[in-house]
Design a protein around this ligand. Structure first.
Ligand code: GTP
Ligand code: K
Ligand code: MG
Length: 437
């Protein structure tokens, strides 16, 4: 990672051309940069209209300049914003003029956010929330990310750490001051009650994490069945575009084909798979392997059974724990049995009802987004480790060892917010960001 002495600059707004483009520049050269391009530094935090000139005195653009002095800026450093007309040449000229200044260079992805973290403006959970917020595509994802970016997750984790620290302090005070054979049972009992409460809370939190993941990554719905059941046709109908090849040749689909849908704010990943049958074709076999793999990870399996075909597969074993919803396809070619969900991509029969059912099942799996805790896999792993350490606490442990276990657990939790042992994680986390963030 490049050093913090350098001042970084990037286009922070979206693709060009656009109405307005915002360049952000962070670091010690911020005031020099403003003075060089805009003539003088405007009052702090005030949007000021300026003529921006390059190093030869040629006008680049007229735009708004804002100066945010550190350490109260988003990055914790002196920060300048240039709001320009969003043309490619305008932005290129302004970036060229800025990077021509000594110690000013283009930012790497996530570098602004990384500086916010290093300067203590945000913690890791907030950084992860920010990354999610930028990536959010559905309303549910946005709400979840906002909670995390706003520091609610941080507050929760810090609360846990405080409770652990308090318990440790009680234990340590006890073995420092009590005389040897009079170690207070009361303290040990209080601590052990508090730890078991905390453990219950942490376990409950982690069990919600799976639901949180549905909001982050989407609820996966795999479409499966015999060849020519109409799987790809259904995929195209639900996606409202031709994503998958449809033909009357059985064994058309081989690769998994995935589209993302937004069903009532819940992101759903719909996966079309190869038809399952005995086939000597090597490629088709590979396709079926992928199909089985997809079924085993799906949140819901749609089992398409064509109306004109007597053969029926059993998919329950392949689907792991996911529910299997039987759907009678090509309903225009036969009559469905009572209570069966029948669809036809030819006539459109049953498609709305199917979407309704998928949305219902996805919503049940995802839970109420307002109740959800946003938990990244990274966070879940760490909490899992801390739970393991704490579960090892036996009441009859010598107090010194008990205190040591608590210290070790709270050390682990420290990695959640980035207070401890996360150097190697930083690149992973910040590389999720785009340049300019
Ligand atoms: N009559 C009728 N034909 C359909 C319907 N849906 C699909 N078909 C036809 O059935 C044939 C197979 O459709 P696909 O969508 O390719 O079937 P698939 O299950 O993806 O097949 P594989 O990828 O080979 O496993 C095509 O000729 C489609 O036009 C339907 O609802 N009614
Ligand atoms: K086919
Ligand atoms: Mg297909």
């Amino acid at each position: 990672m490049a050093t913090m002495n350098e001042t970084i600059v990037a286009l922070s707004s979206g693709g060009l051309p656009s109405g307005v483009a915002v360049l952000r520049l962070s670091g010690t050269m911020a005031t020099v940069a403003i003075r060089t391009l805009a003539g003088s530094v405007p009052p702090e935090r005030r949007a000021s209209l300026r003529v921006l000139k390059d190093h030869d005195g040629q006008i680049i653009d007229r735009g708004i300049v804002v100066f945010f002095p550190g350490p109260d800026s988003v990055t914790g450093e002196d920060l300048a914003e240039f709001h320009l007309h969003g043309g490619k040449a305008v932005v290129a000229a302004c970036l060229a003029a800025l990077t021509a200044l000594p110690d000013v260079r283009l930012a790497q992805p996530g570098e602004f956010t990384r500086r916010s973290f290093i300067n203590g403006r945000i913690d890791l959970t907030e950084a992860e929330g920010l990354a999610d917020l930028l990536a959010a595509e559905t309303e549910g994802q946005r709400r979840q990310a906002v909670m995390q970016a706003g520091g609610e997750t941080r507050a929760l984790y810090e609360g846990w750490m405080k409770r652990l620290t308090f318990c440790r302090a009680m234990l340590e005070a006890d073995f420092d001051f009590a005389d040897e054979d009079d170690v207070s049972d009361d303290v040990a009992a209080d601590v052990s009650r508090e730890i078991s409460d905390l453990l219950a809370e942490m376990r409950g939190y982690v069990s919600h994490a799976h639901q949180g993941e549905i909001f982050r990554n989407g609820f996966s719905v795999a479409i499966a069945g015999v060849p020519n059941a109409g799987k790809s046709s259904l995929m195209n109908a639900l996606a409202r575009r031709d994503v998958a090849i449809v033909s009357d040749i059985p064994g058309t689909t081989r690769d998994l084909i995935e589209v993302s849908l937004d069903l009532r704010g819940i992101p759903v990943r719909l996966i079309d798979t190869a038809g399952l049958r005995d086939s000597p074709d090597r490629i088709e076999q590979l396709g079926m392997d992928r199909a089985r793999e997809a079924l085993s990870h799906a949140g819901l399996v749609l089992h398409l059974v064509p109306s004109d075909d007597a053969m029926e597969l059993t998919l329950n074993d392949l689907a792991n724990e996911a529910p299997v919803l039987k759907v009678r396809s090509k309903s225009d070619l036969g009559t469905a049995q009572d209570g069966e969900l029948a669809i036809s991509t030819r006539t459109g029969e049953g498609l709305d009802e199917l979407v309704e059912r998928i949305a219902q099942i996805a919503a049940e799996a995802a839970g109420d987004p307002s109740q959800l805790v946003p938990v990244h896999t990274r966070q879940r792993d760490i909490i899992g480790q801390a739970i393991l350490v704490l579960s090892d606490c036996q009441d009859d442990l010598p107090l010194e060892i008990y205190a040591e276990v608590l210290r070790s657990a709270s050390e682990r939790l420290g990695a959640l917010t980035g207070q401890r042992g996360v150097e190697d994680m930083l690149d992973v986390i910040f590389s999720q960001f785009c340049i300019g963030k």
